[in-house]
Design a protein. Structure first.
Ligand SMILES: [Zn+2]
Length: 138
């Protein structure tokens, strides 16, 4: 199953998932006031506009927080434990954050560390879905 076929969203975030399937990380910017929204919304809470323009960003940012998980979860058997989950403040998004799993050496992981993401896939509950993997930048 392709990653594209596995993600089904009828929500406002569908362009995000479509972007990941195409190899792009995208965020919505309100066409009315310019605010970047995440999670995606149908209507801007600031200005009331229903229009959003999605823009691509480079998947780079800073670790906002992280956690090491020592046990496995049902449905996520494809992840070998332990693994480190990150919340990353993505550059050029007005402080919006994305999650993902750390790959590579974890010795330099800390809050504020610079990380770069790549789009990978993960098998979750029998579906293959796009997911971000982050690596600490040297
Ligand atoms: Zn707005």
């Amino acid at each position: 199953m392709s990653a594209e076929a596995a993600v089904i969203s009828t929500g406002a975030d569908q362009p995000y998932w479509d972007g990941l399937a195409e190899g792009r990380v995208r965020f919505p910017r309100c066409a009315g006031c310019g605010r970047v929204h995440w999670p995606a919304v149908w209507r801007c809470g600031d200005c009331g506009s229903w229009e959003h323009a999605w823009f691509d960003v480079e998947p780079v940012g800073q670790v906002y927080t992280w956690s090491r998980t020592w046990h496995r979860f049902p449905g996520l058997e494809s992840l070998s434990a332990p693994f480190i989950s990150l919340v990353v403040t993505v550059d050029a998004t007005e402080g919006r954050r994305l999650t993902g799993i750390l790959e590579g050496d974890d010795a330099a992981i800390r809050i504020g560390a610079r990380v770069r993401g790549r789009i990978a896939t993960v098998e979750a509950a029998g579906r293959v879905v796009p997911a971000l993997r982050w690596r600490v930048e040297a």
